[in-house]
Ligand binder design. Structure first.
Ligand code: ASP
Length: 440
């Protein structure tokens, strides 16, 4: 029996009064759902505006001394429509007027953006008859804009210690002097995770408009299978390479506290979605692979140097050239007298000449340095691979049957993923070959 569930609802789940009604019925279904973290109202249809985007535009116009009347009118209309549709008594017009005044008076960009969640929180709290707890009182940022994790935990947990059902708006918090700061875009996911940790929730439910995680990108695989359970470590590998449903930073607080995250779909409230946990439940048979993801647009810097193997510190010198240029490397397969460094082409391009020159100087006359572009990296991730021999063999045979040339191989030491590099032109075909080998 679950005691305490924290729910976070994304923008599309709160885009209209109709969506608000769905949220209430989801909460009514399970009394343990006692905390709610809302995003700002999102798109109602494709081409619609997200309230957060409108707020950023209002702030930009106001700071150029231009009129932001039209943008603000669209924001007003969104909240007034919801309040009217739900017959709320809340003085929405007064709250909106206060926000408008703040923007006109030159309040900061973060304050302006945060008002989307703030107003949405006031509305949903009024609709549910729950307490409104301002995130500015519980989520603490440092002056450099980073989250003060320890202070946040202390403040939030004492604010919510009485167990009263509460709404805590997502996306923002404040510096110790009260000045509002936001997370990066999509940051309400992080607020939800922090609230879940503060109240020591049994589950953190993240309600969106998708059925959970899919095994592959539906633009590449037609109707890919859904992932019903996944570990935080697997998800980290998958999201690093492209799959994104959840803000990357939202995993850490809950992961560390051992609280599972359940991705759910507001439009299908009975669908179990995807359960993300520290160590997935011992299913009778864990599927060999959990998901496949990847990205195009990498470059490989190939370095050859005779006797590289015996030169202590050579790898470090190469990596410091990249570090000095602010380039993070993705993979680094090595041979005896050769090494390759895989980096995002976009990051390398502006520094390519300087970086190559410095690496050439390290190699001197006894070797060579070349760059090849248009590499895609594909990660096949699965905790089930540890227990199954022959996974790599199956993966590479599938690629060979599809006549795909493997340009790079890297198997994580965690045995959680097999990473292959292929030509950008083979990107889709590789994902299809691997998916069909392991899934259907
Ligand atoms: N409303 C913010 C955004 O659009 C934060 C969020 O929705 O999580 O990015």
């Amino acid at each position: 029996m679950l005691n305490c569930i924290v729910t976070k609802f994304g923008g599309s789940s709160l885009a209209s009064d109709e969506q608000f009604r769905k949220v209430r019925s989801i909460l009514d279904l399970v009394p343990a759902r006692r905390y709610l973290v809302p995003s700002a109202p999102g798109k109602r249809f494709s081409g619609d505006d997200k309230v957060t985007d409108l707020l950023y535009r209002c702030h930009a116009l106001a700071s150029e001394g231009k009129s932001f009347d039209a943008e603000f009118a669209s924001i007003e209309e969104r909240y007034v429509d919801i309040a009217r549709g739900l017959h709320l008594r809340l003085p929405v017009a007064d709250h909106l007027a206060e926000v408008r005044r703040g923007i006109a008076e030159g309040k900061g960009r973060d304050w302006c953006a945060s008002r989307g969640e703030y107003l949405c929180g006031l509305l949903i709290a009024d609709y549910l008859g729950w307490r409104f707890v301002d995130a500015a009182d519980g989520i603490v940022f440092r002056d450099d804009g980073s989250l003060d994790d320890a202070k946040t935990q202390e403040k939030l947990s004492s604010l919510l210690a009485d167990g009263v059902s509460s709404v805590i708006p997502g996306f923002y918090g404040a510096l110790e002097n009260g000045e509002v700061r936001t997370f990066s875009r999509g940051g309400s996911d992080i607020t939800g995770a922090l609230v879940a940790r503060a109240v020591n929730a049994d589950v953190y439910e993240n309600w969106t408009d998708v059925p959970g995680f899919l095994m592959a990108d539906p633009r590449i695989i037609e109707r890919p299978a859904e992932i019903s359970s996944i570990t935080y470590n697997e998800l980290r590998e998958l999201s690093h390479m492209g799959a994104s449903v959840l803000h990357e930073d939202a995993m850490f607080p809950v992961h560390r506290s051992g609280i599972p995250t359940n991705i759910r779909n507001t439009n299908k409230p009975y669908h179990p979605g995807t359960m993300i946990s520290k160590s997935a439940p011992q299913e009778i048979s864990v599927p060999t692979i959990t998901g496949i993801t990847g990205r195009k647009g990498y470059s490989v810097i190939s370095i050859e140097k005779s006797m590289m193997n015996s030169e202590v510190g050579f790898g470090r010198k190469v990596l410091s050239v990249l570090e000095d240029a602010g380039i993070s490397f993705e993979h680094m397969p090595t041979g005896i007298d050769s090494m390759c460094v895989v980096v995002a082409s976009e990051a390398l391009a502006p520094h390519q000449e300087a970086v190559l020159e410095k690496i050439r100087a390290l190699v001197a006359e006894s070797g060579s340095v070349t760059v090849a572009d248009h590499l895609s990296i594909i990660a096949t991730v699965g905790r089930g691979m540890v227990h199954n021999c022959g996974t790599a063999a199956r993966l590479f045979s599938a690629m060979s049957r599809a006549r795909i040339n493997v340009r790079m191989i890297d198997q994580g030491s965690s045995e959680l993923s097999i990473i292959v590099g292929v030509d950008d032109d083979d990107f889709e075909a590789t994902i299809q070959a691997i998916y069909h080998e392991f899934v259907e």
